[in-house]
Design a protein around this ligand. Sequence first.
Ligand SMILES: Nc1ncnc2c1ncn2[C@@H]1O[C@H](COP(=O)(O)OP(=O)(O)O)[C@@H](O)[C@H]1O
Ligand SMILES: [Mg+2]
Length: 251
Amino acid sequence: MNEVAFELDRVTYRYRAVAALDEVTLSIPAGRRLALLGANGCGKSTLLRVLDGLYFPASGVITHRGAPMGEQEFLHDEFALAFRRNVGLLFQNPDVQLFCPTVFDEIAFGPLQLGLSKEQVRAAVEKALDVFEVRHLKDRAPHHLSGGEKKRVAIAAVLVMDPTVLLLDEPTAALDPRSQARIVEYLQRWHGHGRTTVVATHDLHLLSELADDCVVLERGRVLASGPPREILDNEELLLRANLIHPRYVRQ
Ligand SMILES: Nc1ncnc2c1ncn2[C@@H]1O[C@H](COP(=O)(O)OP(=O)(O)O)[C@@H](O)[C@H]1O
Ligand SMILES: [Mg+2]
């Protein structure tokens, strides 16, 4: 199966004067796990939002499984609903994602939008509460949880929709090692069955576990791409892309 999940052809995105993505050309095969690497401000979050159909390029073309995903397409409810069902985005900051009064409601919110029956929604939420180890939190307010707990609830709320593409913005950042390991485990378990993952990360020590392919961005442009091992072995590239600092390179 050589299907392509996303194809970007010279995609440029600007915030006023700043070109956050500058003629990015990229093919993301279905069923693969792609890591987006690069310094703060290189365009990772912007790229994820473009892939999620939240931002639309100023120029260039982006397609999802061969279908153009421009602003016009999203005006059609049928397209927008199918896309939203298929593609899930985990924001870097869970506070942006979580807005319901309880964890249970939070995880039920997406499935309710799909028009499933009450029983179907309940069954899906019950399962997610166990899979993501948040059952004990189900009546709590998401905003009062710890960082790791919020991340698990946010992931549960995205994956309960059973998407085929998962976009993740620094899912392991600012988490303790045990919480990081849990997130990695969920993602590894979720992967397979032709599912596609795109993950922005700075956690190079998790790269080999999170990704099959990497793209390194620098000021909105693709600087390099390759498998994790090749990228991690290229010290010159890592230094240039500000993924490591000379002060912290082991001699
Ligand atoms: N809302 C915004 N308004 C103006 N500039 C922005 C905004 N969001 C991001 N940028 C700029 O766009 C560039 C890319 O940002 P971003 O995609 O957030 O990078 P990353 O996620 O890699 O840190 C940066 O120069 C950043 O300052
Ligand atoms: Mg970011």
